[in-house]
Ligand binder design. Structure first.
Ligand code: CU
Length: 239
């Protein structure tokens, strides 16, 4: 599959010695994560990365761990119900809207973003500190690309916002991964611009650092979510 090829390409890059161990770990993390093809693969990968981030293992050990996880799951990808439950993601990659390969310059850029994201301060509860944002701005904090943020409602900060008719809301992607701001919810009949009789919105892919704006002209309760990480949900109330 595309995923196998992408991770194999990354591992080849590491093996060729073109990038350092720590850079490679980050790059694999960031390139594999948005694909999110198999939750078990993802959590096994996350576990390795997490140990690396906590300095419990070295970069070289992390790479070995990643290779092991990867090797262990290759058979599963090829033989099992690959498509089930991943239709959206695969369509996304097939559409070419998400880059599967990174150039060395892009990897440098990603690492810089990752370092910036790592500096975001967290409260004692592990919830990102609320940023000092302009009015009617919603932040997408780092770390929302893996499940967990939904427990304390910080996948979008703030997850619910009340504005007035005519107001423009701006979303900022402060994470290192792409996200979307898509009206509706994962199982709703109509999503994106079709939501609520054509009054919805859809950012499509917001890369790291990107912003998206929508002006609300019709009162109502607008639910929204991330198409890449459907546990990310938020709402805008327009009065
Ligand atoms: Cu997302």
């Amino acid at each position: 599959s595309d995923l196998i090829e992408a991770v194999d390409a990354k591992i080849a890059l590491i093996d060729s010695g073109k990038i350092s161990g720590a850079d490679a770990v980050e790059a694999i993390h960031l390139s594999a994560e948005p694909q999110n093809v198999n939750p078990e693969y993802q959590s096994a990968l996350d576990e390795v990365i997490h140990k690396f981030e906590l300095d419990k293992i070295t970069a070289d050990e992390a790479i070995d761990g990643i290779k092991e996880v990867h090797a262990g799951f290759v058979g599963l990808y090829i033989t099992s119900d690959l498509i089930e439950g991943v239709g959206t993601q695969l369509a996304v990659y097939d559409s070419g809207r998400v880059s599967m390969e990174y150039t060395l310059e892009e990897i440098d850029e990603i690492i810089e973003l990752a370092e910036r994201a790592a500096k975001i301060s967290m409260t004692d509860d592990g919830i990102p500190e609320m940023k000092d944002l302009p009015p009617n701005t919603v932040d997408i904090p780092a770390g929302t690309g893996v499940p967990g943020c939904e427990t304390d409602n910080w996948c979008y900060m703030q997850s619910s916002l009340t504005v007035h008719v005519g107001d423009t809301v701006t979303w900022m992607n402060s994470d290192t991964l792409p996200h979307t701001v898509t009206a509706g919810w994962p199982d709703s009949d109509s999503i994106g611009v079709d939501y609520l009789g054509g009054n919805g919105f859809d950012s499509e892919f917001m890369s790291a650092g990107a912003t998206f704006e929508h002006t609300f002209e019709v009162p109502g309760e607008y639910d929204y979510y991330c198409q890449l990480h459907p546990w990310m949900i938020g709402s805008i109330t327009v009065e």
